[in-house]
Design a protein around this ligand. Structure first.
Ligand code: M6R
Length: 357
C-alpha cells in the first residue's frame, strides 16, 4: 500500500534508508559480523572469475558490484547484459561462477543464461528480492535483498539494496581470503543510511532542480568517471523510463570522442563528482560542455564540492557513493516525470518484470 504517498516510486525512494538498515541487520551473525552462507563462500573461493549477468537497473548495480568485488575481494569480475550474453557467450575462464542479479527473479533474458550455464555445469548464485522466484529456485545459491515489494516500474530501492548486498558479499569473500579491509563496512553502511535520510529530506531542492533543468528539455546527458559513470547510466535510465526525456550516460572522457557534438545552447548536463581521483578531470569535462552552451548541474560529494555545484551529497566511503549519489537522480527523474504529466509508476510500453525474451 502506498499510504499517504502519491506514488509508489516516491515511497520506495524513501524506504531506502530502512532497507539498508534491514540488510545490515539481516546479514549479521550473533557476533555482530557480516556473514553469508558458507557454501557460497566455498563456491566463490573455488572460482577463478565471477560473471555477473543482469538487465537494466540490475545490470547497473552489477557494474558497481564489479568495483566492490575486485577492489575488496580481489576476484576478477565481468559484467554482462543478459540478453547479449545469451546470444554471444564470451570465452569463459576455467572455473567461472555466475551471479544473477534480478529484483524480480523472473527476467526471461537472465533466466535463459542461467539455464544455459547450469547445463554447462557451472555454479550460480542469484541475488534477488523475491524468495522462491524462478531465478532463485534454479540457481544453486541465493542472497536476498530484503527490500520489501517494489511496485513502481522504475527500480529504486532494489538498486541500492543490490549494491549493499554486493558490498557485504565482497567483504565476506575478502575476509575469507584473509585480505585486509581498511574500513568498517557495518559502520560505513550505517552512515550511508543516515545520509540517505538527509537526502530524502531534501526533496524541495531537487524538485526545483528538476524544474530548472528538465521541465522543457528534449534531451539530457549524465557524465561521470569511474563509479560515477555507472551511476550516471542508472540516472539516465531512470529519467528516460519515466519522463520520456532522451537521456544518455557517458564516461566524461568519452564526450570529446563524439557525443559533445550533441551539446547545444541550454542542453542539461548532469555531472557527478564523488571520486577524489577524477574530481578535476570531470570538472574539466563540465567546462568543455559549458563552452558549447550546456546548462550544467553538478552533483558533488562533500569535501570535493566547489562553488558552482548545484547539489552536494553527504560524505560516505568512496566505494559506497553510488548508494547515495543515485538518490538525487531518482528524485530528479521522479519530479521530471511528475511535472511533465507522465504516469510515474506505470510508464508507457513497460512492464515491471520482463518475462519474455
Ligand atoms: O527484475 P529485474 O531486476 O531482473 O529487472 C531488470 C530490468 O527489467 C529492470 O531493472 C528495469 O530496467 C527497470 N524498469 C529499471 O528501472
Amino acid at each position: 500500500e502506498k499510504g499517504t504517498y502519491p506514488h509508489y516510486m516516491l515511497k520506495e525512494i524513501d524506504e531506502q534508508p530502512a532497507v539498508i538498515r534491514k540488510i545490515i541487520q539481516t546479514y549479521q551473525n550473533e557476533q555482530g559480523e557480516l556473514t553469508i552462507d558458507v557454501d557460497i563462500i566455498n563456491a566463490v573461493n573455488k572460482a577463478d572469475r565471477i560473471y555477473i549477468i543482469a538487465a537494466g537497473t540490475s545490470y547497473h548495480a552489477g557494474l558497481v558490484g564489479k568495483q566492490l568485488i575486485e577492489k575488496m575481494a580481489k576476484v576478477p569480475v565481468e559484467v554482462h547484459i543478459s540478453s547479449e550474453f545469451g546470444y554471444n557467450m564470451p570465452l569463459l575462464s576455467e572455473k567461472p561462477l555466475f551471479i544473477f542479479i534480478s529484483q524480480s527473479g523472473e527476467t526471461a533474458d537472465s533466466r535463459a543464461v542461467l539455464v544455459e550455464v547450469k547445463k554447462m555445469g557451472y555454479p550460480a548464485l542469484t541475488i534477488t528480492n523475491v524468495p522462491g522466484s524462478t531465478l532463485s529456485r534454479e540457481a544453486d545459491y541465493t542472497l536476498l535483498l530484503h527490500a520489501g515489494p517494489e511496485i513502481a516500474v522504475a527500480s529504486t530501492k532494489a538498486y541500492t539494496a543490490q549494491i549493499a548486498v554486493l558490498s557485504i558479499f565482497a567483504e565476506v569473500i575478502a575476509k575469507s581470503k584473509g585480505l585486509e579491509i581498511d574500513f568498517d563496512l557495518i559502520h560505513e553502511l550505517g552512515l550511508v543510511a543516515n545520509s540517505m535520510d538527509v537526502l530524502c529530506d531534501s526533496k524541495e531542492i531537487i524538485e526545483i532542480m528538476a524544474k530548472e533543468f528538465l521541465s522543457v528539455t528534449r534531451n539530457c546527458f549524465f557524465i561521470g568517471r569511474g563509479i560515477d559513470f555507472y551511476v550516471g547510466l542508472e540516472g539516465a535510465l531512470k529519467l528516460k523510463e519515466i519522463s520520456y526525456i532522451q537521456a544518455e550516460g557517458f564516461a566524461g572522457g568519452e564526450l570529446k570522442h563524439g557525443t559533445i557534438a550533441l551539446i547545444e545552447e541550454g542542453t542539461p548536463v548532469i555531472a557527478l563528482a564523488t571520486q577524489e581521483n577524477v574530481n578535476l578531470s570531470i570538472r574539466g569535462n563540465v567546462k568543455e560542455v559549458v563552452a558549447r552552451g550546456a546548462n550544467p548541474c553538478i552533483i558533488s560529494m562533500k569535501g570535493l564540492n566547489m562553488d558552482e555545484d548545484s547539489f552536494v551529497i553527504p560524505e560516505v566511503h568512496e566505494l559506497l557513493t553510488p548508494l547515495i549519489s543515485v538518490v538525487p537522480l531518482q528524485l530528479l527523474a521522479y519530479y521530471a516525470s511528475l511535472h511533465r504529466g507522465c504516469d510515474v509508476d506505470k510508464p508507457r510500453n513497460l512492464a515491471k518484470s520482463v518475462t519474455v525474451e
